[in-house]
Design a protein around this ligand. Sequence first.
Ligand code: SF4
Length: 491
Amino acid sequence: MVGLSKSRIIVHRQCPKRLWLQINRPDLLQVEGPTEARMAAGTNVGEVARSIYPDGVLIDGDSLRQAMEATQDALKSRSSPIFEATFQHQGVLVRADLLLPDAGQYRMAEVKSSTGVKDYHQADAAVQTWVARGSGLDLSRVEIAHINRSFVYQGGNDYRGLLHHADITEQIRPLEQQVPDWIAAARATLAGNEPNLAPGDQCHSPFECPFITYCSPQAVALTPAEDQFPIEILPYGGALAASLRSEGFVDLRDVPEARLSKPMHVRVWRATKHDTPELAPLAGEHVRALGYPRYYIDFETMQFVVPIWAGTSPYDQVPFQWSCHIEASKGSMTHTAFLADGSGDPRRPFAESLISTVGNAGAVIVYNAAFERTRLRELAESLPDLAPALNNIIERMFDLLPVARENYDHPDMRGSWSIKAVLPTIAPELAYDGLEVGNGGMAQEAFAEVLHADTPHHRRDQLRNALLIYCERDTLAMVKIAHYFENATAA
Ligand code: SF4
C-alpha cells in the first residue's frame, strides 16, 4: 500500500487524478515558474521561523523511524520548541513546522509565506492536527504562522514580528472530523486506475497543477498562431467572448460588427478583420505637446517575502534599477542608467541618481504610470529628504500607455497594449526575443542571483549586463513608440 502524507491528502482534495498521476506517472510532472518560486519562498520563511526560536530542536533523523523517535525524545522535555516534529497515525505521515511549549502542552504552528490564512491552510492544518493528536500529542492550540505585511525589518537578522500567529483551533474542528473520509478516498483512488476527470477550475486552485500539459495540452498553448485571432483577444471581453463562443464563433474576424458595442472592441475587430493598423492623429498631438527635454524612464523592482534591507517590509517592491533615454531636443538622444551593485539597500542611490539625471524640468515619459508613480511615492515616504524632488518627478509624468490604448491598434497586438506587444509592430528589430533577461520576472530572478553570495564574479557581471540591456530596451521602446506617434501623424 502506498503511504499517505499530509501533502498527498491535500493534493487529492485538489484533484484525485493529480494524486494518482503523482504516484503512478511522475515522469509527466512539470514544475516550473511560479510553483518553483512559491516553494523557494516557503523554504526561506521556514528557515527564518526557526531563527526566531534559537533554542529550538530540529528533527532531522535519516529515516522516518529515527525522526519519529527523535520527536518523542524531544517531546519529553516539554521545554524547547521543536521544528519538523514527525508523527504517524493510521499510516499517514506529517511533519509539523513548529511545536511551541505552552504550559505543559504544545501549540502547533504551520508556517506559510502568504499574508493571511487561506482556506486550503485549514484543510492542511486539520490533517496535521488529526495525525498529531491521534499519535498522542497534547495540543493546546493550532495556528497558522503567516507573514505580517506590516512588519518592518530593523536589520541584524532580527525577524521577531515577521510572523503573525493566527489561532485556527476552533475553525478546523469540523474539518478534523472529515479527515478519515479524506484518507479513505485518497486510498481508494490510489487502489484504482487513472481517474477519468476533465480539466477545470481545480487545475489552477489552490495551486497550479503540474500535470496541466498532460491533461490539457491545448490550454498550455496560450499564444495563438500568427494566423489565428480567437475571440478572447477582445480586451476586457471575457463575458462577451464566452457568449460569442456559445453561439459558435471562434475567429474574431467572423463576428458581425453589430455584436460589438465598445469602441475599443470595434477598433480591435476592425484592425484584425482588415489586417490594417490604425493610428489616430490625437496620438501624435499628445506627444508633440510635450516639448523638450524629454526623459523616458523605466524601473525594475525586487520583492522579498523575507525582507533583507532594514526599513523594508515583506512583499515591498524595492526598486533596484532604472533606465533613462534623454531627448534634450528633437533628435538629440543620450542614454544613462542605474543598476544597484547588490551590496546593500538600493533605494537611496536609486533615488538620488534618478533625481540628478532627470533634473527639475521636462516631461518624464513612462509606460503605465501607476507603477512608476507608486514606487516614487514609496521612496518619498522612506526618504523624506528627497520627497520634494521625487514628487516633482511624479508631477512631470506623462503616460504613453493610455495614448497607445486610445489611439493605436495593430492586428499583431491581438488586443494587448503592453509595451512588448506594441513594440514589434513599430520597431520589429527591437523585439525582446533572444534577450537573456526578457521580462520583469526574469529581471527579478537575475537580480536575486546577483545578490546571492555564492554567485561567481563572472556570472554576476553577465547578469548585470543582461539587466542593463533589458531595461534600456524598455526605454528605447518608449522612444520608438513616441516618435512613431509623432512622425506618422505629422501634417
Ligand atoms: S491538470 Fe487538472 S485534471 Fe489534470 S491532474 Fe491536474 S488538476 Fe487534475
